[in-house]
Design a protein around this ligand. Structure first.
Ligand SMILES: [Zn+2]
Length: 321
């Protein structure tokens, strides 16, 4: 089960894995010709989020180890049981891996997976990026999220090059990124449109973002590619604390992703299979729609909408600080 990058030769791509008794977690280890920092990037921590998977499969094979000083540790499918099941959570224990860290080496499969990923892989990072997206049932903005209390995390998110960044005042426990934070490792995570697809511009954003982080860490030469920032969001990003379905029903949304809304504005309705309105959902505050449910049948407790605050972007330098 051990994984020691130092045991692999420099200047080459290595195809290796974390081997657990219920899953083999693929690792693409790109060791630079010279020593330097380590970037760790994971994807498919939620098994139904595919943009990051493809980005890592491609980037790890496209970068030139001979031009690198330091290492890229790419984990394209961090949660194989959920990935092969096409679901956000693991079919082995029903757990959300992104709420399971730091895990437990003697626990359930997801707890063991979290422990191995955290201690053997994420702990090696000088910077950590976790590539998420809206998954099969939701759409989210194509963005980089960061820890608003850590300037290194913010700088990394800005260097990533997404058009939208989202700063969070608190990081919920149990996540990959909260594990990184507990180790003093700066991080970012991404979202993208999801809905079970890979949009070409989302794939390009994620690939460019990984290259930009390699440049920022001086693992690759050159500067991150500057892009204009379109929107800067702030506030809670935990979709389980957004507006959730109080019961089973069919969702009729009245707003689109990234629409600006006023407090109290109608976001959507839940109807039964006779079309009778069961619930109306209104914006709890002014802001933009940061998450929208796309898959119309919903079960009790499932997230429907999340409203984010908007910070002014005028005159904002995308490379600061
Ligand atoms: Zn996710």
């Amino acid at each position: 089960m051990s994984f020691d990058p130092e045991s692999f030769e420099r200047g080459a791509l290595h195809e290796t894995a974390l081997v657990l008794d219920f899953a083999e977690v693929p690792i693409l280890l790109v060791r630079g010709k010279s020593p330097g920092k380590t970037l760790v990037v994971t994807a498919a921590v939620h098994g139904d989020e595919y943009e990051g998977v493809r980005a890592l499969l491609e980037v790890a094979r496209e970068v030139d180890p001979a031009a690198m000083s330091g290492d890229l540790i790419a984990v394209p499918v961090a949660n194989p049981p959920a990935f092969w099941n096409g679901t956000r959570n693991s079919p082995l224990d029903g757990a959300n891996l992104a709420r399971t860290f730091p895990g437990d080496p003697a626990g359930t499969p997801s707890q063991r997976l979290a422990w191995e990923l955290g201690h053997r892989v994420i702990a090696r990072a000088d910077f950590y990026a976790d590539l998420h997206s809206g998954g099969v049932k939701w759409r989210m903005p194509s963005m980089a999220g960061y820890d608003a209390s850590d300037p290194r995390s913010e700088a990394g998110a800005l260097a990533f090059g997404a058009e939208i960044v989202w700063g969070h005042p608190d990081i919920a426990p149990g996540r990959t990124v909260s594990f990184a934070k507990s180790r003093g490792i700066p991080f970012l995570y991404t979202e993208a449109r999801g809905a079970g697809r890979i949009a070409a511009d989302d794939l390009a954003m994620m690939k460019r973002g990984v290259i930009n982080l390699l440049r920022r860490l001086a693992i690759l030469p050159g500067e991150p590619e500057r892009l204009p920032l379109r929107m800067r969001l702030h506030g809670e990003g935990n979709i389980e604390r957004g507006i959730n379905a109080p019961r089973r029903g069919f969702l009729i949304p009245e707003v689109d992703l990234l629409d600006r809304v006023e407090q109290g504005q109608l976001l959507g309705r839940l109807v039964d299979t006779h079309g009778r309105t069961l619930d109306e959902f209104r914006a709890p505050c002014a802001g933009v729609v940061g998450l929208r449910r796309e898959f119309p049948p919903v079960e009790e407790g499932e997230p429907l909408f999340l409203i984010a605050e908007v910070l002014d972007v005028a005159g904002f330098d995308t490379m600061a600080p």
